[in-house]
Design a protein around this ligand. Structure first.
Ligand SMILES: Nc1nc2c(c(=O)[nH]1)N[C@@H](CN(C=O)c1ccc(C(=O)N[C@@H](CCC(=O)O)C(=O)O)cc1)CN2
Ligand SMILES: [Mg+2]
Length: 283
């Protein structure tokens, strides 16, 4: 039976560490500030934004909330992002995704100043990750690395397989594992003999977005299995990309859904906000 990697416990520990650091920053007159933009009525997005604002409050980060109506125009949103880019008191800008259909999501997210890209979505941030230079790391993949590291597992020299090649998770995930000296393979929807590839993995990261597609037969005995998926099963219950009940019998360690990678995304966002404020102080 696998060790359960508890994202709630680990994310709380990270937020506690950040809280201490922010207390010290505040004593020096610096309060990190995150601008949070939510457009429209998506109920899941509203919950994530509420959780991000709660996390800010816990850590001691000031959060400024911009909750705009569903029919917000491209021009209105661009104006807001421009003004937040120029606002010296704002360290990080978060535009909650997805945005309503009339908004060009790509254009909005690429407008954010690289200095305030606390989601780590910009080409500048991904490019910095690729080159190993300073920049914000995408929150979900950075959270996965912290889960592995803080659970006492090493990545160095390990066979790492990432299933999924999205810009926000799969690609930066592979780059981060490479930075940790993992031997990295990216598998995706066109990969032939997927099971053959995933069975090689000492560390398997599933980020496909398909409920329970990774079965016990796809996993090597003793693997560390990290599940980034958030799907609904046939009964409407939240589940990951990994068939947890099967795979837990075979893996060395596994993350649950919920309570695995999800809470880490928010903890790493807090980390990036504190980092943004720290960097500004160094300038
Ligand atoms: N600007 C961004 N937009 C979106 C991101 C993001 O990182 N930046 N990621 C997702 C949503 N998201 C954060 O915004 C997010 C999703 C899920 C969780 C989480 O903790 N999930 C829980 C389960 C929640 C539930 O019960 O429904 C878990 O896995 O335990 C945190 C953050 C898309 N948009
Ligand atoms: Mg759109």
């Amino acid at each position: 039976m696998a060790v359960l990697i508890d994202g709630k416990v680990i994310s709380t520990k990270i937020k506690e560490e950040l809280k201490q650091e922010v207390t010290e920053m505040k004593a020096q007159g610096i309060t990190p500030c995150l601008a949070v933009i939510l457009v429209g009525d998506d109920s899941a997005s509203a919950i994530y934004v509420r959780n991000k604002k709660r996390a800010c409050e816990y850590v001691g980060i000031e959060s400024r909330s911009y909750e705009l109506p569903e029919d917000t125009t491209q021009e209105e949103l661009e104006k807001l992002v421009t003004s937040l880019n120029e606002d010296e008191n704002v360290d990080g800008i978060l535009v909650q995704l997805p945005l309503p259909g009339q908004i060009d999501e790509e254009k909005i997210t690429t407008m954010i100043s690289p200095k305030k890209d606390v989601d780590g979505f910009l080409a500048d941030s991904i490019g910095a990750l690729c080159l190993g230079t300073e920049g914000f790391r995408s929150c979900t993949p950075a959270g996965v690395i912290e889960l592995i590291r803080r659970s006492g597992y090493s990545i160095e020299g390990k066979e790492c397989v990432v299933v999924g090649r999205s810009n926000h998770v799969g690609k930066p995930m592979a780059l981060l594992l490479l930075q940790e000296n993992g031997t990295v393979t990216i598998a995706h929807s066109r990969t032939k003999n997927l099971g053959e590839i995933t069975r090689r993995a000492d560390i398997l990261v599933a980020a496909v977005g398909k409920a329970k597609i990774i079965k016990a037969c796809d996993v090597k005995e003793g693997a560390i299995v990290i599940d980034v998926g958030m799907n609904r099963d046939e009964n409407g219950k939240l589940c990951g990309d990994v068939d947890f009940e099967q795979v837990k019998e075979k893996a060395e360690a596994i993350t649950p859904v919920p309570g695995g990678v999800g809470p880490m995304t928010i903890a790493m966002l807090m980390n990036n906000c504190v980092e943004a404020a720290r960097k500004k102080r160094r300038e």
